[in-house]
Design a protein around this ligand. Structure first.
Ligand SMILES: O=c1[nH]c(=O)c2[nH]c(=O)[nH]c2[nH]1
Length: 300
């Protein structure tokens, strides 16, 4: 038996980059959490301690901050592509780079009825995400762009059923035609090569996918969260031609009708106990069948 180094990667995690645009009196803000991950043959750094091929994570951090000014952040995905291509193209031992970016939304403060030029309030829990992977040098290079969101919390007070399910000796759940449905959606979607062209409208695509998710959640008379996810993924692919694969994870944020009959009080679906755990966790991968899978796009 021999022990081998079976895998490795390294990078700088969670660089908190806050970039302002101050060219006019009305400033703009972009607030990011950026993680770089580099791949290549860095085995010697582990096996013998030879760091001659290792670009320090400190240098990666400096590049991440400097590119926020040098290249700008016209879109988060474009900024991540610039960084990933730089690490692979310009740093000899690097053969693959992945950039993960969380993007936090700020809303302009309203002061005396008017939007303020340089003050914002941080908006809700929802976070926009991007994961860009560049692999290989020169003509053989491949690039993948995965956009996403996490913690998009949605709730509907009717239009959701769950019935006809399998039962066994442990089943106590009552079937229902009318329940509260709520989730805190985590979604990622992969774009095809259209996203690699200059000027691809990442923000418009994001807005369209998000609107497809929320629209399906609201309008589908749901028979289960599973069915809702299928419709969400399908609607996103139909809404944006560049989207080829959607991965969804949805915790079922259970709302249980509170039993007020015990006190002689009628409760016609008006008072619920919002439970936080345990929760059902439903996932789906929805994809076009004419586009090859891209496992590298998802590899962390
Ligand atoms: O939408 C649902 N899917 C399930 O699989 C499930 N299981 C359960 O107990 N409640 C629900 N709801």
């Amino acid at each position: 038996m021999a022990v081998v180094l079976a895998g490795h990667s390294y990078g700088k995690a969670e660089n908190r980059v806050v970039r302002f645009q101050r060219d006019t009196p009305r400033h703009e803000i972009v607030d990011l959490n950026v993680t770089s991950t580099l791949r290549g043959d860095f085995a010697d750094a582990y096996l013998t301690g030879d760091q001659s091929k290792v670009l320090p994570t400190d240098s990666q951090k400096n590049t991440i901050y400097s590119y926020a000014k040098e290249k700008g952040i016209a879109s988060v995905e474009g900024y991540a592509l610039d960084l990933a291509r730089h690490f692979v193209d310009d740093v000899e031992p690097v053969t693959g780079a992945r950039l993960d970016v969380d993007s936090y939304r700020w809303t302009r403060a309203v002061v005396d009825g008017a939007e303020h030029d340089h003050t914002w309030t941080r908006s809700g829990g929802e976070v926009r995400t991007a994961a860009v992977t560049v692999s290989g040098k020169g003509a053989a290079q491949e690039a993948f762009v995965v956009a996403g969101l996490k913690d998009l919390t949605v709730l509907k007070s009717t239009g959701s059923a769950f019935k006809g399910f399998l039962t066994d000796g442990y089943t106590t759940l009552e079937p229902t035609d009318d329940r509260v449905m709520a989730t805190s959606l985590v979604a990622q979607w992969r774009y095809d090569e259209q996203a690699l062209a200059d000027g691809f409208a990442f923000d418009a695509a994001y807005d369209a996918v998000r609107a497809a998710f929320v629209g399906q959640f609201a309008t589908l008379d749901s028979l289960a969260l599973q069915q809702t996810l299928w419709h969400m993924g399908t609607a996103a692919i139909e809404a944006v031609p560049a989207v080829v694969e959607v991965r969804l994870a949805a915790p079922n944020k259970h709302h249980f009708l509170y039993d007020t009959a015990r006190f002689g009080v009628e409760n016609a679906g008006e008072v619920f106990h919002a439970d936080d755990r345990p929760y059902g966790l439903i996932t789906a991968v929805v994809a076009r069948d004419d586009v090859p899978a891209a496992p590298l796009a998802w590899e962390r």
